[in-house]
Design a protein around this ligand. Structure first.
Ligand SMILES: Nc1ncnc2c1ncn2[C@@H]1O[C@H](COP(=O)(O)OP(=O)(O)OP(=O)(O)O)[C@@H](O)[C@H]1O
Length: 731
């Protein structure tokens, strides 16, 4: 133990030195008063990079080193959350990153397949102090003993599973199991579906896989970023600390409802409306709504132009519309073509009248007259009003808001009734895939944005030229005693021209790829991980697939926990990858003790007689309890049960109850958090079965489980790590 303590102390000394160096670089850079453009740029980049390094060092500080492997050849490696190297010429590794190939035997070696290991050691630490060692002998011929050998190989795992919950998910880097390791380290290309029952570590695997991919494909993924999609913001808060604790920040955590920049989905849909909006057929509804906006006059549209009345009839407009549609361009971009064809038609009409030969000969106007007529028409607001009426510029927000405010004719009768809502209603998460679909079909008429970008670039080049001029002037000043002409000292203007300098300024976007991705609807992610993937609607799949053109995806989920009716993976994925995806199953439940899992499985068998649950890795000897009370005694009974089990200092308790019970229960549970903004770090949480998805608590009290749909009930009954109580209402 003393030896390990010495090692760990030395390791933290090294990390402190790295931290000290980064801090002093930041301090030095911030104090740097250089005012040149280039100096400012370099200073910003340095501060940004070093601040990131400092944040990463702080985040991995706790439990930095957690393992060691001793090799048959006498060598050994310490394994940690990140890699740390000596400050020598060879940059000798002193701590091996858990993701490095060298660390892999730590997770995979067994007595049968020792992978050249003699021993595997787990280190328990508290802050910087080593508090325990746990050794496993892997080479049975090895007779050397350390005194820390333990017979129960799973002791470290079981201790982690038994620990009190905190309301925040922790990483599992010390105890990743072999079946999990294989998924975590699978190559990044392709689509992998990881399916497993409750508590089989799907979320844990998904997060560690993201960390692994960022390590293994650092260059690609630092540029393109990784997206992790979860079912709701509370869940994202629950998992949000795992990747930072592994030193990774290049990840965007988001719900589907947050993936349309500029739209905050604060509204809620009825279940029926959300289901209708999510159907694959809704994509066609949106496409038709766009086509409907490409109108024909009824029967004609008259335009007063310079004392003349020009007439657009249906045939003329139809011809312009057909040609614009034939470009295959999105609506707002094709509008320019439509406008061009209409202008041609109007020009022909006007030129025909102005240049008509009274004696029936050919038109008297020459090409320059015709072109003059065209440009006069182009300048006439009445012509533009006509184009607007027939082919309006549309934003996705306008199109979808108007569609939902007036859905008849787009959706069938009952569906239209279900989705109808006022045009000013708040956006809902189920609207976001519709907005995204609309944005794809409408495209952006980015001429204005491009003109603004060109103007900005001219401004930057002019500014950079100014900087160079100043630099040139100050050069003679700074190097006044040097013979200028023969000088070998290069000035900034010798190596940079204004154009290049402006470019560098443009590149000085200090946001991480994940931050830039969050602000860009069309961002193509390097990899997407979807948790609770069984919940995605066909429309949500369309949105996500657009964000991942390389189809590099890890999808984790459990159809038995789906709230939205079970569609098969095949059905969901077929439109995008056919059958080119890998299906991997996880079969061991690390969360729920056997007693609780048996109870939950039995409940489920009432609807699915052949149901087989995952195998629980531990049992507690504490069976679930049930109580049935009278309707008016329910709040009191819940309060009593909560009081009996509320943890004193550590651990969390959840009451999972139907929504319509929440107000009455919250009144008797003053310490509980409930509602849309759950604070999962509170000791008592009141929520419904859907909100509970993916979460876990030491004690769970399920109220009126029979009122939940079968899959939701299964979710509710499988959230506990220690104790489950069930309260029913008589009658
Ligand atoms: N190898 C492991 N070592 C330690 N803890 C583990 C390991 N694998 C899973 N766990 C723990 O088991 C619990 C359940 O894991 P997780 O939430 O990832 O399961 P899940 O399959 O996503 O469950 P659900 O489908 O119910 O959401 C978590 O507390 C997780 O940290």
């Amino acid at each position: 133990m003393r030896k390990e303590q010495r090692f760990v102390a030395g390791l933290y000394d090294r990390v402190d030195a790295l931290r000290g160096r980064a801090e002093s670089t930041v301090r030095h850079s911030l104090g740097d008063t250089g005012t040149g453009q280039q100096a400012r740029l370099e200073r910003d980049i340095t501060v940004h990079e070093q601040s990131h390094l400092l944040a990463a060092l702080d985040a991995v500080d706790s439990g930095l080193c957690f393992g060691r492997i001793d090799l048959r050849d006498g060598g050994h490696h310490h394994i940690g959350r990140v890699g740390v190297r000596e400050d020598d010429a060879d940059r000798t590794p002193i701590l091996i990153d858990w993701r490095a190939p060298v660390a892999r035997p730590f997770y995979l070696a067994t007595g049968h397949a020792p992978m050249d290991l003699r021993r595997r050691r787990h280190l328990a630490t508290s802050g910087r102090e080593v508090t325990g060692l746990h050794d496993e002998i892997l080479d049975l011929d090895d007779t050397e003993r350390t005194g820390h050998e333990q017979h129960d190989a799973d002791a470290v795992l079981l201790a982690a599973l038994d620990a009190a919950r905190t309301g925040r998910m922790h990483d599992i880097v010390q105890t990743i199991q072999a079946e999990q390791d294989r998924i975590i380290r699978a190559p990044h290309r392709g689509v992998r579906v990881v399916e497993g029952g409750p508590g089989t570590g799907k979320t844990a695997v998904a997060l560690h896989r993201a960390a692994y991919l960022l390590y293994e494909y650092r260059e690609l993924l630092a540029r393109r970023a990784v997206l992790i999609v979860g079912p709701n913001p509370a869940f994202l808060g629950y998992i949000g600390e795992v990747l930072p604790s592994l030193g990774e920040t290049g990840v965007l955590l988001s719900t589907v409802g947050e993936l349309f920049p500029g739209v905050t989905a604060t509204g809620t849909d009825t279940e029926e409306a959300a289901e209708i909006k999510g159907r694959a057929g809704t994509a066609e509804v949106i496409a038709r709504a766009v086509r409907d906006r490409q109108a024909l006059p009824d029967p004609v549209l008259e335009i007063d132009h310079d004392g003349d009345v020009l007439v657009l009839d249906r045939e003329t407009v139809r011809a312009a519309r057909d040609k614009a549609r034939a470009t295959g361009l999105p609506h707002n971009v094709a509008r320019e073509h439509f406008e061009g064809h209409l202008l041609n038609a109007l020009t022909d009409q006007r030129a025909g009248r102005l240049g008509a030969d009274p004696f029936g000969g050919p038109n008297l106007l020459d090409p320059s007259d015709v072109s003059q007529i065209r440009s006069e028409l182009d300048d006439d607001p009445a012509v533009h009003d006509a184009v607007d009426a027939l082919w309006p510029s549309l934003t996705p927000q306008r199109l979808v808001a108007e569609l939902l405010a007036d859905p008849e004719g787009h959706f069938s009768g009952t569906d239209a009734h279900a989705v109808r809502r006022p045009p000013t209603a708040a956006w809902t998460p189920a609207d976001v895939p519709l907005l995204d679909e609309a944005a794809e079909l409408l495209g952006e008429d980015d001429r204005a944005a491009q003109a603004a970008a060109a103007a900005e670039r001219r401004r930057q080049v002019a500014y950079a030229q100014g900087v160079l001029d100043v630099a040139y002037a100050s050069r003679t000043y700074e190097f006044e005693d040097v013979d200028d002409e023969d000088s070998e000292v290069l000035g900034v203007q010798d190596v940079l021209d204004a154009e290049t300098m402006a470019e560098r300024q443009e590149e000085a976007d200090h946001r991480t790829a994940a931050e830039r991705a969050a602000a860009d609807r069309t961002w193509a992610f390097g990899h997407i991980v979807v948790d609770e993937a069984q919940e995605l609607s066909p429309m949500a799949w369309r949105l996500l697939m657009r964000r991942c053109p390389t189809r590099s995806l890890t999808l984790v989920g459990d159809p038995a926990q789906s709230s939205t009716g079970t569609r098969s993976w095949r059905e969901a994925l077929d439109p995008y990858v056919g059958d080119r995806w890998e299906h991997i199953r996880l079969g061991v439940n690390y969360r729920t003790p056997a007693e609780i899992m048996d109870y939950a499985a039995e409940e489920r068998r009432a609807d699915h007689p052949d149901f087989e649950p995952p195998r629980s890795v531990r049992s507690t000897g504490v069976p679930p309890w049930e109580r049935t009370v009278a309707e008016d005694a329910l709040p009191g009974a819940v309060a009593e049960a909560v009081a009996a089990h509320t943890p004193d200092d550590e651990g969390r308790l959840a009451v999972v109850a139907p929504r319509d019970r929440h107000a009455a229960l919250a009144a008797v549970l003053p310490e509980a958090t409930y509602g849309e903004q759950l604070d999962l770090t509170r000791r008592v949480v009141l929520l419904d079965a859907r909100q509970a998805k993916g979460l876990e608590f030491d004690t769970v009290l399920v109220v009126e489980p029979d009122r939940f749909a079968v899959n939701d009930r299964y979710v509710a009954l499988t959230r506990a790590t220690q104790r489950l109580g069930v309260l029913r209402v008589r009658g």
